[in-house]
Design a protein around this ligand. Structure first.
Ligand code: HEC
Length: 270
């Protein structure tokens, strides 16, 4: 039997530190500094991917900012009716004359919503006129009726109306593109995670803590990638996809930080 220091077999270290074999902390300084620089690059890559993800997906749901809807749009697609159309269809407001309701619905379902909004040829039937007559007693900013709805959903100006006159149709990314993206992501993220795990196993940090991070990174990665295509059919998978991707990124980032610390912190010699 060889001495424990040179025993190449992996096995639990007595106090949970690095297995005999690779111990990053005792490598010569130039080697540790070089490795630390590479680990910094990997950490920078993670930050850059997060920033790219944010910028790439934010416009997706046709609303400003980045939200879960952006991911729903990208992986599943979003199809909603215009709030105005939905309100009229649920017979809101009740006292609206049937021909006014029909005129408004025809306008919203036609292809010329902006152009016909206050078309003079329509006279009193122009949508702007009907809205002014039938809605503004509640939907004006200073309306006294309607429990204050005029402040949250005003219908006074075209800009107000435009905000509720259009539905959304966001198509998910084409399946062949998702597949092309999955093949590079699986290989890239998988390799990065494997390298990170191997490096982490060479650190002084307790195996138990590392184990949880490694478990979460691995399971996060497999769930993230495995839900990309099924999320096209099942919208509920999109939050699973987002949470597992975030878990992967946080755990892989933490492992890389721990590797970096181990490379740079001095080691107490027995
Ligand atoms: C008597 C007051 C009143 C009148 C008149 C009225 N509304 Fe409303 N409206 C409300 C109130 C209160 C709400 C919020 C509660 C609700 O959604 O029913 C609302 C909500 C809405 C919403 C938002 C629904 C959503 O999805 O959030 C739309 C759109 C709307 N009204 C359109 C109209 C239109 C178009 C007219 C005129 C044809 C009209 N309303 C007339 C009181 C009124």
């Amino acid at each position: 039997m060889s001495a424990p220091e040179t025993d190449p077999r992996p096995g639990p270290a007595p106090e949970g530190g690095a297995a005999p074999g690779l111990r990053l902390a005792v490598l010569p300084l130039p080697l540790r500094l070089g490795l630390a620089a590479v680990v910094l690059v990997l950490l920078g890559g993670l930050v850059a991917s997060a920033a790219h993800l944010h910028a790439h997906h934010a416009p997706r749901d046709q609303r400003p900012g980045f939200s879960l809807d952006d991911l729903v749009g990208a992986y599943h697609g979003i199809r909603t009716r215009a709030p105005l159309e939905a309100a009229l269809e649920r017979r809101h407001p009740e006292e609206l004359a049937a021909n006014d309701r029909d005129a408004l619905l025809a306008w919203l379902r036609g292809g010329r919503i902006a152009e016909s909004y206050d078309a003079e040829a329509l006279g009193a039937r122009a949508p702007a006129e009907v809205l002014a007559r039938a809605c503004l007693e509640c939907h004006a900013r200073n309306a006294t009726r309607g429990e204050g709805i005029g402040r949250t959903v005003p219908l006074e100006y075209w800009d107000d109306v435009r905000a509720v006159a259009f539905g959304r149709e966001v198509l998910p990314t084409d399946a062949p593109l998702v597949l092309a993206s999955a093949h590079t992501h699986a290989l890239g993220m998988g390799s990065l995670t494997a390298v990170t795990i191997l490096l982490a196993l060479g650190t002084r940090w307790p195996r138990r803590g590392l184990g949880w991070l490694i478990l979460a990174a691995g399971v996060g990665l497999v769930l993230d990638l495995a839900t990309w295509l099924p999320a096209r059919e099942a919208a509920w998978l999109v939050p699973v996809l987002a949470a597992s991707g975030a878990a992967w990124a946080m755990c892989t980032g933490s492992l890389l930080l721990l590797v970096l610390l181990d490379l740079l912190l001095p080691v107490r010699r027995a």
